[in-house]
Structure formats: structure tokens, C-alpha cells
Design a protein around this ligand. Structure first.
Ligand code: AP5
Length: 258
């Protein structure tokens, strides 16, 4: 018997079914890929993720989005995570590893995944390695969104999001067609509680102390590709699209050579 949460395909509009069918046919030819996006708050991870997801047919697993959904739904996980998130601190490794382990089992992750905002500590990176080893797979590439702290306050305090879809706007850099309203649904946009200049300081502090060592962890494995994240969104997208299986060294050296 179908579960109460399953979708009756007869009720899905033909156009949506066809679009999904065509997407699946296109995705069938794509190779598997497992990517990690690392960068400070506001470096553009969430902005670039939809493009990477569509291009490579991956699922997008953003721990920040998952935790915010848990906080909004007041689940036991959300109740535990809220205090740390409001202060701009990291929530415990065990909590986030648990949600990632579960999320990776989704059918949409069949071709691989983009991890956005995870791992954020060396402990999380080691636990992720153990998880992937059990599945006989490994991370292909870590995209390091390199950017100076001084650029981030303007990006963070001007950000507006559509909570249901995760679409992100910026009052100056990526304004919606109508101020305060989502372009696609017409629903109101909101600002995140932690997107203030004061909380950004704690988030940056956590990034430099706890997350930068994760970049070194993957650097030693030779799989880090650095991006010039201060460039325009379009230019960053072009850099991401240039990353191929064998050219990581070229990209890795490109920032340091400047
Ligand atoms: P999380 O939601 O992951 O936040 P974050 O890492 O701080 O990242 P952001 O979402 O702020 O930045 P982004 O790089 O995605 O920027 P965006 O593309 O939107 O985490 C929130 C909290 O959850 C953490 O503080 C922690 O408490 C907890 N948490 C999450 N994961 C955890 C983990 N693994 N372990 C423990 N705790 C965890 O861009 C920002 C703005 O800039 C947008 O308005 C955009 O339009 C604009 N913009 C983007 N790119 C450009 C560009 N190139 N030029 C100009 N503007 C741009």
C-alpha cells in the first residue's frame, strides 16, 4: 500500500513529468561526482550551488539550510542547534554528521552530492571519510571559495532569502525584480537571524579557527581547487565550469601565482 506521503503520479501535471523525465535522461550519462564547497560566510557557496547541482546532476546538501529547517520546525535537533547558530558558533560534530549521513541516502544523491557548509571541522572531515569508505567512494574535489574578510560584511548584511526554495538575493549585487519578493513564487523574502555584522564576527572567527584547517586536510590529499570568490557571480561560475578531472593543479596554483 502506498504511504500517505507518496505522490500520486496521476495528479502531477504532464509538463512537470516530462521535464523530470528529460532531466533523468540527461543525468543518466553523467559521471558520479562528490564535491565539497568550503568558504567563509558570504563567499558564494549557496549562490553557486544551484548551477553546479544542475550541471552535474548532484544533490545539494547544505547543513546550514537543514539546521534552519529543523530550528523552524522545532524538532529536537533544531532545539539543540538553535543557541549555537544564533551566536554564530558551530553546532556539535555529532549532530551535523548524523543529518549528513541520513541525507546522503536520498535518491536524488544517486549521481553524487555537493556538500555546502560541511565538513567544518577536521573531526567532521574524518567522520565523513569513514562514512564514504564504508560506501567504497571518495570526495573528488574540494572547491575553496577564497575571499578577503573585508568584502563579506556588505554581502551578508544585504542578503535576503526565500526560505522555501533557498533562493538567495542581494539588495545591491542580485536584487529581486520587486524589492522583498521572490521572483518565482511572489512570496516574501526574509533576512537570516545570523546575518548581522555582530554575528558575522563570530562566524568568521569560527571559520578561521575551526574550518580553515579542513582546507589543509584536503590540500594534503591533493584535491583542493581554489576559486577567486571575490569576482562577480558569473566569473566564479565560469571558474567552476573550468574544473575538470585532471586540471586541479592548474587551478590550485592560479591564486598563489598572482
Ligand atoms: P550556513 O548556512 O552554512 O552559513 P555560512 O557558511 O555562514 O554560509 P552562508 O550561507 O552565509 O554563505 P554562502 O557562502 O552560502 O553565501 P551566499 O552564496 O548566500 O551555516 C549557518 C550556521 O549553521 C553556522 O554558523 C553554524 O552555527 C551552523 N552550521 C552549519 N553547518 C555546520 C557544520 N557543518 N558544523 C557545525 N555547525 C554548522 O552569498 C551571500 C550574499 O552575497 C548573497 O546575498 C549573494 O547574492 C551575494 N553574493 C554571492 N556571490 C557573490 C559575488 N560573487 N559577488 C557579489 N555578491 C555575491
Amino acid at each position: 500500500m502506498a504511504s500517505s506521503s507518496s505522490v500520486n503520479l496521476e495528479d502531477v501535471p504532464s509538463e512537470s513529468l516530462m521535464t523530470e523525465l528529460l532531466r533523468r535522461m540527461k543525468c543518466a550519462t553523467k559521471p558520479e561526482k562528490r564535491l565539497i564547497l568550503i568558504g567563509p560566510p558570504g563567499s558564494g557557496k549557496g549562490t553557486q550551488s544551484p548551477m553546479i547541482k544542475d550541471e552535474y546532476c548532484l544533490c545539494h546538501l547544505a547543513t546550514g539550510d537543514m539546521l534552519r529547517a529543523a530550528v523552524a520546525a522545532k524538532t529536537p535537533l533544531g532545539v539543540k542547534a538553535k543557541e549555537a547558530m544564533d551566536k554564530g558558533e558551530l553546532v556539535s560534530d555529532e549532530l551535523v554528521v548524523g543529518i549528513i549521513d541520513e541525507a546522503m541516502k536520498k535518491p536524488s544523491c544517486q549521481k553524487g552530492f555537493i556538500l555546502d557548509g560541511f565538513p567544518r571541522t577536521v573531526g567532521q572531515a574524518q567522520m565523513l571519510d569513514e562514512m564514504l569508505e564504508k560506501q567504497g567512494v571518495k570526495i573528488d574535489k574540494v572547491l575553496d571559495f577564497a575571499i578577503d574578510d573585508s568584502i563579506l560584511e556588505e554581502r551578508i548584511t544585504g542578503r535576503w532569502i526565500h526560505p522555501a526554495s533557498g533562493r538567495s538575493y542581494h539588495t545591491k549585487f542580485a536584487p529581486p525584480k520587486v524589492p522583498g519578493v521572490d521572483d518565482v513564487t511572489g512570496e516574501p523574502l526574509i533576512q537570516r537571524k545570523d546575518d548581522t555584522a555582530a554575528v558575522l564576527k563570530s562566524r568568521l572567527d569560527a571559520f578561521h579557527k575551526q574550518t580553515e584547517p579542513v582546507i589543509d586536510y584536503y590540500w594534503k590529499k591533493g584535491i583542493v581547487a581554489k576559486l577567486h570568490a571575490a569576482k562577480s557571480p558569473k566569473e566564479v561560475t565560469e571558474e567552476v565550469q573550468k574544473i575538470g578531472p585532471n586540471d586541479q593543479l592548474m587551478l590550485v596554483s592560479s591564486i598563489d601565482d598572482e
